[in-house]
Design a protein around this ligand. Structure first.
Ligand SMILES: [Cu+2]
Length: 180
């Protein structure tokens, strides 16, 4: 092998190793967050907003934060929390996102943390999953597909059966109409 050829081969090997390393790092980042059951649900006629839910477990050793999301049928998405104040359920944007400590699981669900899909271009329909992403402070933007549950569903597990009262939903939308 000539010296020149040797140099070229060495450079190529270095290049491959670098590419492999970068890819491995990206995979490792994504692998530290386990994303389960992203879902949304059918909205009442005329609704301008829909809610999105998901379960996220941090299997890594560093904390991360859910700071935002996207959904194909929404112009922009906010992360919201619900809280009881003076006997009234309210919701507000979580400005800094939701922290996920190492080993912790956060559950976005009706009545708690949720994503708010704002300015809908179309309503979610059962059988038509919604593509989107979840944005994390450290792991970056990860793709998800939101399954669509029927109107008023309280979880994606119940097969969309109505398990709670619909009052909560009406209140959600009422306060959003005021806010947005
Ligand atoms: Cu909300």
């Amino acid at each position: 092998m000539t010296k020149k050829l040797f140099a070229v081969v060495t450079l190529m090997l270095a290049g491959f190793t670098m590419a492999g390393l970068v890819q491995a790092q990206a995979e490792e980042k994504a692998a530290t967050l386990k994303i389960e059951k992203p879902w949304t649900r059918v909205t009442p006629p005329g609704a301008k907003v829909a809610a999105g839910f998901v379960t996220i477990t941090n299997t890594g050793s560093e904390p991360d934060r859910l700071v935002g999301a996207t959904a194909s049928l929404s112009k922009h998405v906010e992360v919201h929390e619900m809280s009881m104040k003076d006997g009234v359920m309210r919701m507000q944007e979580v400005a800094d996102g939701i922290e996920i400590a190492p080993g912790a699981t956060i559950v976005l669900k009706p009545g708690g943390y949720h994503m708010m899909f704002l300015e809908l271009s179309a309503s979610p329909k059962v059988g038509e999953p919604v593509k989107g992403t979840l944005k994390f402070a450290k792991a970056g933007e990860l793709p998800v597909v939101f399954a669509v549950a029927p109107l008023g569903a309280k979880s994606i597990d119940s097969g969309g059966k109505m398990t709670g009262s619909q009052k909560e939903d009406e209140m959600d939308h009422g306060s959003h109409h005021m806010k947005h």
